[in-house]
Design a protein around this ligand. Structure first.
Ligand SMILES: [Zn+2]
Length: 301
């Protein structure tokens, strides 16, 4: 994080991926530690004589831009609370786990340990099956007990592993699911022409535009939360439907929101499913263009 100072006390967060955004400072040059607050709400009344950030300085399509600091993913420490170890377990070694969920088209829900190196994690034996959501059944009912367990694991539990006691803390890592399940898990309505997806708000016609300002159009959990609140306090059903349509959200937050995670960032698009479908379409279109002779020759080869 680099910063630029003004006469006032405001600093700017500079996009970390820019060359200008990372400055390596020799530790001997550090004079003291200072606190800087990120101001996500419009009121800055509580900031007296301390440094604060309200905007992000970044580059889009080689132009410098400024945007509200709200249009940035929060650091996990801003939305997750780490509970201190009970004093009687203070001497225990703490182990931390990332629990990844994979939910496939057939209703299978698998758990993977994000801590495993990828070459080990990808083996079939390291996909631990949690169960199957019965056809026509509800994912929320199915996952409910898992969420309760994860709530406990976020706080930490005592486990005996090979004769030794450990304090285990686990959190939700990555949630992978095909469409439309992936959107359901995040509380976003299915893809529509204008509603965007579970990651961003880009309209379908614009999706391949390479100059898109991704930071500006991304979905952020802290913003989605506020939108869900707006939906929940709507006074009539019609009003509620209107607001949820406006944000392209479902009527209530998804069950996984009960866990500490940034739903939009931690539920990436499933590239395999996206590409596989398009490849099949391309193959079908190609074959339909061939003559009968060409088709037979193609299929033989
Ligand atoms: Zn998108």
């Amino acid at each position: 994080m680099a910063r630029l100072t003004t006469q006032k006390l405001q600093l700017w967060l500079v996009d970390q991926y820019l060359e200008e955004g990372s400055i390596i400072v020799n530790t001997t040059k550090i004079i003291k530690k200072i606190n800087i607050s990120i101001i996500r709400t419009s009121s800055i009344n509580n900031i007296i004589n301390s440094l604060y950030i309200k905007e992000i300085l970044y580059k889009n399509n080689s132009h410098w831009k400024l945007q509200d600091v709200n249009l940035d993913y929060m650091h996990p420490c801003e939305y997750s609370t780490l509970i201190a170890l009970p004093p009687e377990y203070n001497n225990l070694k703490v182990l931390k786990l990332f629990i990844d969920i994979y939910y496939n088209d057939f209703g299978g829900v698998y758990v993977q340990l994000g801590n495993m190196p990828f070459d080990i994690r990808k083996h079939l034996r390291n996909h631990f099956i949690l169960g199957f959501v019965p056809f026509g059944g509800s994912f929320d009912d199915f996952i409910h007990l898992f969420v309760l367990d994860m709530n406990q694991l976020e706080k930490g539990v005592l486990m005996n592993i090979q004769g030794n006691d450990y304090w285990i803390i686990a959190g939700l890592g990555c949630v992978t699911a095909d469409l439309p399940q992936g959107n359901d898990l995040v509380g976003v309505k299915c893809h529509s022409a204008i509603g965007g997806c579970r990651t961003c708000l880009v309209a379908k016609d614009n999706a391949t535009n390479e100059n898109l300002d991704i930071a500006m159009i991304s979905r952020y959990h802290h913003i989605t939360n506020v939108q869900f609140e707006g939906i929940s306090i709507a006074s009539t059903f019609a009003q509620r439907d209107e607001i949820s349509k406006k944000y392209s959200l479902r009527n209530s937050p998804p069950i996984l929101d009960q866990l500490q995670y940034e739903c939009h960032l931690q539920s990436p698009q499933d590239t395999y499913h996206l590409i596989a479908r398009i490849t099949l379409k391309l193959l079908k279109l190609t074959i339909s263009m061939l003559s009968l002779y060409g088709e037979q020759k193609f299929l033989k080869s």
